[in-house]
Design a protein around this ligand. Sequence first.
Ligand SMILES: [Fe+2]
Ligand SMILES: [Fe+2]
Length: 374
Amino acid sequence: MERIGIFGGTFDPVHNEHVYLAQQVKRELGLSALIAVPTLIPPHKSHSECAPAAARCEMLALAFGRENVCDYEIREGGTSYTYKTLEYLKSVYPDRELIFLVGGDMLEDFKTWKYPERILAAARLAAFEREGTHVDFGRECSLIRERYGAEVIRLKSCGKKVSSTKIRLYTMFGLDISAYVPRKVEAYIRREGLYAPTLAVELVRSVLNERRFMHTANVAVCALDKAKILGLDRDRVFDACVYHDIAKYVDPKKQPGAVPADAPEPVAHAFLGAYMLEHEFGIKDEDILNAVKYHTTGRAGMSKLEKLVFVADMVEEGRKFEGVERLRELFDTDFDACFAACVETEYRHLTEEGKTPYFLTAQCYEYYVKEKKI
Ligand SMILES: [Fe+2]
Ligand SMILES: [Fe+2]
């Protein structure tokens, strides 16, 4: 029986790794076709961060061919359920074997999906490993075998970790995305003006140099990829990151009283930035203002948003210093440990250079590293 692969995802946007993984799986399983099914994205995201459903379908058509895109979940609207999609596709292809591709890490939750039996009656599961995730494949596959009597195909193909957030934000910041998406998709994104820059991005572009602007984009990518896990609102994380270095090149003398008199020069821009955001740009969100104000010094008793901006500022992919790789590993696996390690790194860096850490930095170190109050 001919086999057809089913590949679901938000595809916002479809990128090179999707295309590569699809080609690999197609070859590995001898599929006659692989159909991409974009999921419906609930309409709550702002910052133009999310492309309209029609645009996501169009980009998929450019990457996979129009005949290989199924917009069933988008047409149906409401909550998408895999069993419904697969039963629909089975009715379209009654004499083909459907193979549903899943990331290995998704197997752990499979029993919580709506009607797992109906999913398995309509299709076979094929699981691929996803870079950065750890799954006991043998265990998960045997649990599914015991519970549902179904064999999961374990794929050799591995999905590399690619951040769609990065592609969207780089577009928003006007940075090069040619390495991440097929050329036709890139041209479509540009032509349609997807992921357009917000006013905040335009504003910081006008006051930062190229390097600092790139750093700002990378801080936002880093932090937004973590926002959901930390239960933080994406819009507020975005604003705090985009604005965090806004005063980097502003002379503190222009705003008397904005920076504490005893603040060392390298931390002045953080205080000045928070002051400008509040008094010149009318930002009233205390948490965002504090995230900007304390992103360099830290302080005792930081909010989750403050910690995230502090950490992202230090571990974003453009940073190069000894030990940064370890901090990035921790960022991926244990945020609290990463935060404490960042505080310690900052403190030690200053003392090893013979500088006296600002009192807020010293208090932060005492609180989080010595007293371990995470
Ligand atoms: Fe900064
Ligand atoms: Fe920064």
